[in-house]
Design a protein around this ligand. Structure first.
Ligand code: TA6
Length: 284
């Protein structure tokens, strides 16, 4: 039987999605952050064992929701405020929704309030939908402009994929796409196969087709909607990782962020309108 149940994970209120065949996902209300996705008996997301799970700090790993700002491209806290806030279980309460066997979903919402309006003067309703099916996780973000003026935002689904050894990982599918290397501040075109050897922080024009992350004969497909114009690939490497208090020294070896993102040009949502975007991970 598929199910969506409320659980507490290391003190954090969460929703756990489960399928009868054994796949599962864990979603924290803090940040609406997917913390775990187990498919085929293997954990597919990286969650730092040194993450601060105090219900205030950003959690290092899983799928952080960066909204309404990507990185430091604006005056808001880095990657926006959504990952620092507690989201609500949506009105259509997944705990009371019949779960069809083979697929289960949950929805969390974040609504503007006095605190967000003090930081960012736009009324909004953000909705994160997590859908689990066999071998597949889909994370959808919708942004509803509930105000009277246009709102414009950047952001990302900042997914930390788990890998056994970053040195053995190959990412395919971005070949030829425009690339900005944030480490060297240079522009170019993506190679057919991307490998990581040291700090890696690059923004790509999103490819029309899904990417594949390959390691030791295993393949994960990473697809994103056209709503996100960019794909960001990030690994801190040993030296930057050592500066991250919430990462173990060798944590960079076990992760690669492949993010569905909007980096350069903000997305504009007219009053009353809704923008939607998603990222989908599939075990191939
Ligand atoms: O998406 C890549 C990036 O913007 C990197 O530049 C790096 O800073 C990373 O996000 C993590 O940011 P965080 O604030 O979570 O440490």
């Amino acid at each position: 039987m598929s199910a969506c149940v409320a659980v507490v994970h290391q003190g954090l209120p969460c929703l756990q999605l489960r399928l009868g065949q054994g796949d599962s996902a864990l979603v924290s209300l803090h940040g609406a952050q997917v913390l775990s996705w187990v498919a085929g008996g293997r954990e597919r997301l990286f969650l730092s064992p040194r993450s601060v799970l105090d219900g205030r700090a950003a959690i290092r790993g899983g799928v952080p929701v960066c909204f309404p700002q990507f990185n430091q491209r604006g005056s808001l806290p880095k990657h926006g405020f959504a990952r620092h806030r507690r989201w609500s279980v949506a009105q259509a309460d997944p705990l009371e929704r019949p779960a069809t066997d083979g697929q289960v979903a949950c929805e969390l919402t974040l609504t503007s309030d006095a605190d967000t309006l003090a930081l960012w003067p736009h009324p909004f309703l953000a909705r994160l939908t997590v859908t689990l099916s066999a071998g597949q996780l889909r994370v959808g973000l919708a942004v509803h402009n509930t105000g009277q003026q246009d709102l414009a935002f950047t952001g990302a689904l900042h997914t930390y994929l788990a890998v056994d050894d970053i040195a053995a990982v190959q990412l395919r599918g971005l070949g030829g796409q425009p690339e900005w290397d944030a480490v060297s501040d240079t522009r170019g075109q993506a190679a057919e196969v991307l490998g990581v050897d040291g700090e890696f922080d690059r923004v790509y024009q999103a490819a029309p087709q899904a990417l594949t992350l390959e390691e030791a004969g295993r393949t994960l497909r990473v697809a994103q909607s056209q709503g996100f114009e960019h794909t960001v690939v990030w690994n801190p490497g040993a030296s930057q990782c050592a500066k991250l208090a919430d990462m173990p020294a060798d944590g960079y070896r076990q992760m690669l962020c492949v993010e569905a993102a909007q980096v350069y040009t903000p997305i504009t949502v007219a009053p009353g309108q809704v923008w939607q975007g998603w990222q989908q991970l599939t075990v191939a």
